[in-house]
Design a protein around this ligand. Structure first.
Ligand code: PMP
Length: 359
């Protein structure tokens, strides 16, 4: 038997998404997945674990709708925003014939989810400083040999840290009314509230906003993400979603995180993270080994070092695991560092300073 022939042709060629956890690395300080430095304490009861949960648990949907000031019919919940990205591919895009448009460097799952679902991928080119406008996408569409059904934009972007301007988004939504514009707001809580684009779903039927509890809410282990869109879009995605996408313990924990006290904790966490990012950035500016620090609107910094590999290896030897973007176009010598606890950031700075002194 030729085992390879059992695997679908497009999966044979697939390069899976290499999450920070899958890449692994031996260490004690993990600053490679943009996670919050610590978890809060939650309680849950197991009385209903013998029962299947609702497909879209009402209390969870209402809690997130309240958080965003939207209606429950405009919200869909799933296992992280990663699942939502795949759901968009499966619901809206014809396999092989149609595709998506992305602007690298961007979040890697858009391309992997497209490849997994046998959906085509086209690329828009950014400005030299990595900024992006509606024009970059509209221009790219002129040369794409298949129908682009969705454009994926992360704002704030990963790993670049920059936001997509609202006026550019509106131009895109107006110019391309038959294309879904997916704005991935995984890091939105870390930026100016003016970059919360959720309210635009009322005006634009082609807009989907994706959200997560993994970052500012410090619940990456919970796997809980949301799509926010016009009810027609939500209904279409609900045709495709798995029968029980949100486990009951997740619902109970997410509800606590989205209650008034949970939101206040999140806001305090964001404030602290932003202060720590500013302190860390200032200290980095003093280091001769640093070439450039990208302006960040999120809980991480992307840094171009003079010798990125040397920095990555030196920190990794000390048990500090970062994320290298060395192999991504335009990001040679670039490393993304999550803003962790004060102790973790001190440890990074100490190691970098020692490294500088030794050279
Ligand atoms: N979007 C972006 C831009 C991300 O950086 C990440 C996490 N790495 C995700 C989505 C996935 O988040 P979730 O944990 O909700 O699947």
């Amino acid at each position: 038997m030729n085992f390879a022939n059992l695997i679908a042709e497009h999966i044979q060629k697939l390069v899976p998404y290499m999450s920070a956890r899958r890449i692994g690395g031996h260490g004690h300080t993990f600053l490679n997945a943009n996670e919050a430095p610590k978890s809060e304490t939650y309680i849950f009861n197991s009385t209903n674990l013998n029962r299947y949960p609702d497909c879209q648990p009402e209390e969870l949907i209402s809690a997130y709708a309240d958080y965003c000031d939207l209606l429950p019919s405009e919200v869909l919940a799933a296992r992280g925003s990663d699942e939502i990205i795949g759901l968009i591919m499966r619901t809206f895009i014809e396999q092989k014939r149609e595709g998506v448009l992305i602007a690298p460097p961007t979040y890697g799952m858009y391309e992997v989810a497209a490849n997994t679902n046998n959906v085509q991928v086209a690329y828009a080119k950014r400005n030299g400083d990595f900024s992006l406008t509606a024009y970059h996408f509209i221009e790219a569409l002129k040369y794409v040999p298949f129908k682009v059904k969705a454009i994926f934009i992360d704002s704030p972007a990963n790993p670049l840290g920059l936001t997509f301007p609202k006026d550019e988004l509106i131009t895109l939504l107006n110019e391309l009314p038959d294309t879904l514009i997916v704005i991935d707001e995984a890091y939105v809580e870390y930026t100016d509230p003016a970059y919360d684009f959720t309210k635009l779903i009322r005006e634009y039927e082609n807009l989907i906003v994706t959200r997560t509890l993994s970052k500012a809410f410090a619940l990456a282990g919970l796997r809980c993400g949301f799509a926010l869109a016009n009810p027609q879009i939500i209904k279409a995605m609900l045709k495709v979603i798995d029968p029980y996408p949100v486990p009951d313990p997740c619902v109970q924990i997410a509800k606590q995180a989205l209650a008034k006290g949970g939101i206040e904790l999140m806001q305090a966490r964001v404030k602290e993270t932003l202060e720590r990012r500013a302190t860390f950035e200032k200290a980095l500016q003093e280091l001769p080994m640093v070439d450039k620090i990208f302006k960040s609107e999120a809980n991480f910094l992307l840094i171009k070092f003079k010798d990125g590999k040397a920095v990555f290896d030196a920190l990794s030897q000390k048990g500090i695991i970062l994320r290298s973007f060395e192999d991504k176009p335009g990001l040679r010598n670039c490393i993304r560092i999550t803003i962790g606890s004060a102790e973790e950031m001190d440890e990074v700075m100490r190691t970098l300073t020692e490294m500088g002194e030794a050279s």
